[in-house]
Every structure is written in structure tokens, then in C-alpha cells.
Write a protein that binds this ligand. Structure first.
Ligand SMILES: Cc1cc2nc3c(=O)[nH]c(=O)nc-3n(C[C@H](O)[C@H](O)[C@H](O)COP(=O)(O)OP(=O)(O)OC[C@H]3O[C@@H](n4cnc5c(N)ncnc54)[C@H](O)[C@@H]3O)c2cc1C
Length: 445
């Protein structure tokens, strides 16, 4: 058997199995909650999780085959966001059997939505410098501090919390990972308004908030290992999907969780609504070039013969194709037991570059029309019927949002540091503050 035959046959078998399952199980008249329960408990909602943790142990590439097959079949896809993408794999890797069975099913079935309480005003790139404290008192931990940039915090049921539990230990060794209940009096979530008009992320103030020891994932003071699992999945997911998070602009279909969740609504309505919406994004998926949306936009605005626009479209096509081929090369290698160190970091950098290129290209094509952006439903309706319609709206929105990915989940500079130090073996920055007890570190150290 050659190495190329194996993945193709595995892919075809996978599609057949899923197709039969969908024929037996999909019913548009189920509620979203009922459908997601079927999908989640069969292991199709989070197929990358291990088979004994409500998944199927599939690779990222095969997981994309699964979501594509569900979409082509015409069924509602799995809930999107951090519960499946970040919290579940972290709990599967570091949680106890009891925690896996208690916390993962509601996450993969969309019954709860998680947010990520990692970053703080003074701890982003230097995440291990976080100062939010958790102090144990019997079965409860009491938490005090502030988080920021918390995507979807206003819609979350649970938070992936990193807190300092031993300030006398070096900074990476005194942190613990908890799953904390967001709906409690000690947690104050304040949305932050962005230039896109959305309030995708929040400040979160924790004042004597509590979390039971039962919800501590991994050993006390070993949260850095769990945090790295979360970050690994965040970076890998971004390279292939462009990020994820409950409440984000990309969560356009049914929403998970108890706060804004669509669990009681009819599942079929979401699929029918999506099919009836001729969005730019759907046309991109159907197009042969990764720059199809830019090509359509240039044609619509009569800029297709402009030499600079043409060059930039060719560049977008090349980078998009490289990104896809890179993903496929990595997938093929992983399936034969190999790996390419640093690929998630490299993939995130490349995605950030593509986003910036598309931002500039979209605005160049639109000209003054690119200045128009709607901040409410009336404005959106008006802009949709103006020249350029939804395609122009999407290009402006993309341009306004393009700054996010190069920052979240580790900035471009941090990705380059990781590639330099861990992949290329370049020397680390001078000084080894990682060995100094946290409470003896110089300020801003
Ligand atoms: C849209 C969005 C959503 C987010 N969602 C979440 C979320 O849900 N949960 C969460 O916890 N966090 C979230 N974040 C936070 C994100 O992870 C941080 O913004 C990121 O880690 C950078 O931290 P910072 O903003 O504190 O910048 P800083 O760390 O203060 O960095 C400032 C600048 O200095 C550079 N820099 C810093 N250190 C180095 C170094 N050692 N070498 C070279 N350059 C360096 C950085 O690249 C950056 O340009 C989100 C961010 C964004 C933009």
C-alpha cells in the first residue's frame, strides 16, 4: 500500500459512514438542541477528540471532511466556538474521567458556551505574567483579578480561567487552569465596542468569584501545561479556519449555550436561511480560486483590467493556494507518522498575511465606497441596496476586522519568536526570568 492511497481510502470510508449516519439521523424538524445532542454524542460534532472523549480521534484534515460532508448533505453543522475547539481538548487531555464525562458532553452538544479568561491588562504575550489570584478555602477557590479581550464573555456559561495559585514559584509554575461558572455575582462582564461596531470581546472583573476544586483541570500549579494545550488548539484552528469563538462574527449559524443559544429553535430553519443567503463567503467557497471574492468584487466595480489590482489578485491567489497546499502537505505527513515542526505558527502567520493583503486589495477596489460601513440594521439594509451591495459591505467589514487575527492567539511577533527559538534553534532572549519566583520579578519583567 502506498502512502497516498491510504488517506484517500480512509477519507472515502469516512464520508460513506457519515453519510449513512446523516440519512438515519438528520431531521430538520428537530430542535437545534436535539440535533446537536445526536451529533455530539455520536462523535461527529468534535471528531478530533479521542474516541473515549466524545470524539472519533480524527486528524484536523479529516475533521474538515466531516464538516464539509454535513454541509453538503444539507444538515445543520456542529456548534462553532471555543467549547469544542479549545475547552474540550484541554479537558480531554488534562481532566479526570469524571470531569471528561461531566464537562465535555454539554460542550460538544452546544448546551454550554465557554469563553477564554487568559489575557489580562498586563499579561498578553507574556501570559505567564498573569496576576489574577485564586486562593483555596476547603472545596472552593476564591478568585480576584481582571481579564481583558474576553471574546464572547457576555454570552458564556463557563470560562477557561488561568489564575495564579502560587506567587512564590517561578511564573510558569504557579498557575492553575479552572472551568469557572460565568453566571455568578462575583463576575462582572463589560463589553468593549470595536471599530467594526461589534462588541466581540469584553473586560471581565472577578471579585471574590468562586470555583469548586472539582472544576480544577489538571494539578494545582500545573496550569501552564493545560494552557499550552488550549493555545496549541487555538493556533492550529486559526491556521485552518481563521479563528473561532462564541459570539464572534463568524458564528452566523445557530448559537450555543444558555445565554443567547438557539437550542429551542427548529434546526432546519438555520440551514434553509443559510441556503437562501447569497453571501460573498458562500461564493468564495464555491469558487475555484481562493481570490474568487476579490475577482468578483473587481468585476463588479470595473477594476478587473487595472494592472495593480490584477497583480494583487494574483498574489492573493498564490498565497491562498500555498496555504491550502501547505495544509494538505502537513496532513499527508501526519497521516504517515511524520510532522513539520512549527506549522501551526507558520500557518497563522500566512493567514495573517493573506488577511492584510485582502484588506488592502478590497479597499483599493472599492475606492471611496470602502469608507461606508453600517453600524445598525437600518444602515445595513441601506448599504445592501447601494452599488456594490453585500460584496462591498463584506469587503469593508473584512478590512475593519483584519487587525484581529495578527494579534489574538499570539501576535505575529510571538509566532516568529516561537519559530526562531523552537524550530530554527536560535538563541533565546538574554536573561532567564523563568527561574525567578513570580513575586520577586522586576515590574514589567
Ligand atoms: C479579536 C481578539 C480576540 C481575543 N480574544 C481573547 C480571548 O477570548 N481570551 C483571551 O484570553 N485573550 C484574547 N485575546 C487577547 C490576545 O491573546 C492578546 O491580545 C495577545 O496575546 C497580545 O497580548 P497584548 O494585547 O497584551 O499585547 P502585548 O503583549 O502588550 O504586546 C504589544 C506588542 O508588543 C509585541 N511584543 C510583546 N512581547 C514581545 C516579544 N517578546 N517579542 C517581540 N514582540 C513582542 C507584540 O507582538 C505586540 O505587537 C484576543 C485578542 C484579540 C485581538
Amino acid at each position: 500500500m502506498t502512502t497516498t492511497e491510504n488517506p484517500i481510502r480512509a477519507g472515502a470510508e469516512l464520508v460513506d459512514e457519515l453519510q449513512s449516519w446523516l440519512e438515519e439521523n438528520w431531521d430538520p424538524d428537530l430542535t437545534v438542541g436535539e440535533w446537536w445532542k445526536r451529533l455530539g454524542m455520536a462523535g461527529w460534532a468534535a471528531p478530533m477528540l479521542p474516541a473515549d472523549c466524545y470524539g472519533r480521534g480524527l486528524s484536523r484534515g479529516d475533521a474538515m471532511v466531516v464538516s464539509g460532508t454535513i454541509a453538503r448533505f444539507g444538515a445543520l453543522g456542529a456548534p462553532v466556538g471555543m467549547s469544542i475547539g479549545l475547552a474540550s481538548p484541554t479537558i480531554a487531555t488534562h481532566g479526570t474521567r469524571e470531569q471528561i464525562d461531566r464537562l465535555i458532553p454539554p460542550a460538544v452538544c452546544g448546551e454550554v458556551a465557554f469563553c477564554q479568561l487568559f489575557s489580562e491588562p498586563g499579561a498578553g504575550s507574556d501570559l505567564a505574567g498573569l496576576t489574577t489570584r485564586a486562593v483555596q478555602d476547603g472545596e472552593l477557590w476564591h478568585v480576584n483579578g481582571q481579564k481583558v479581550w474576553t471574546s464572547g464573555g457576555q454570552f458564556a456559561d463557563l470560562g477557561m480561567l488561568l489564575a495564579r495559585t502560587n506567587p512564590d514559584a517561578p511564573k510558569h509554575r504557579g498557575i492553575t487552569w479552572f472551568a469557572i461558572d460565568m453566571r455568578q455575582p462575583g463576575i462582572d462582564v463589560r463589553p468593549l465596542r470595536q471599530m467594526t461596531g461589534d462588541a466581540q470581546f469584553n473586560e471581565v472583573f472577578l471579585t471574590d468569584a468562586v470555583v469548586p476544586d472539582d472544576n480544577r483541570i489538571g494539578d494545582v500549579n500545573n496550569g501552564w501545561a493545560a494552557a499550552n494545550t488550549t493555545l496549541f488548539h487555538e493556533r492550529s484552528g486559526m491556521a485552518t479556519r481563521g479563528g473561532g469563538g462564541e459570539g464572534g462574527a463568524w458564528a452566523r449559524l445557530a448559537r450555543a449555550g444558555t445565554v443567547v443559544g438557539d437550542l429551542d429553535k427548529r434546526a432546519g430553519d438555520f440551514v434553509e436561511r443559510e441556503a437562501a443567503t447569497p453571501t460573498r463567503r458562500r461564493r468564495v467557497a464555491a469558487g475555484s480560486s481562493p481570490a474568487q471574492a476579490q475577482i468578483d468584487l473587481a468585476r463588479e466595480f470595473g477594476r478587473l483590467s487595472d494592472p495593480h489590482v490584477r497583480q494583487q489578485i494574483a498574489q492573493a491567489h498564490i498565497l491562498g493556494t500555498l496555504s491550502r497546499l501547505n495544509g494538505e502537505r502537513h496532513k499527508a505527513l501526519r497521516e504517515t507518522g511524520g510532522d513539520i515542526p512549527g506549522i501551526p505558527n507558520f500557518g497563522k502567520l500566512l493567514t495573517a498575511q493573506i488577511l492584510r493583503l485582502n484588506r488592502d486589495l478590497g479597499l483599493e477596489i472599492l475606492g471611496p465606497r470602502g469608507m461606508l460601513h453600517a453600524y445598525d440594521a437600518d444602515g445595513r439594509e441601506e448599504l445592501a441596496s447601494a452599488p456594490g451591495g453585500v460584496g462591498a459591505m463584506a469587503a469593508t467589514a473584512q478590512a475593519l476586522g483584519a487587525q484581529a487575527l495578527p494579534i489574538f492567539g499570539g501576535t505575529d511577533q510571538i509566532q516568529r519568536n516561537i519559530i526562531g527559538e523552537r524550530v530554527l534553534g536560535l538563541p533565546k532572549e538574554p536573561g532567564d526570568l523563568a527561574q525567578v519566583p513570580f513575586n520577586q520579578l522586576p515590574k514589567n519583567g
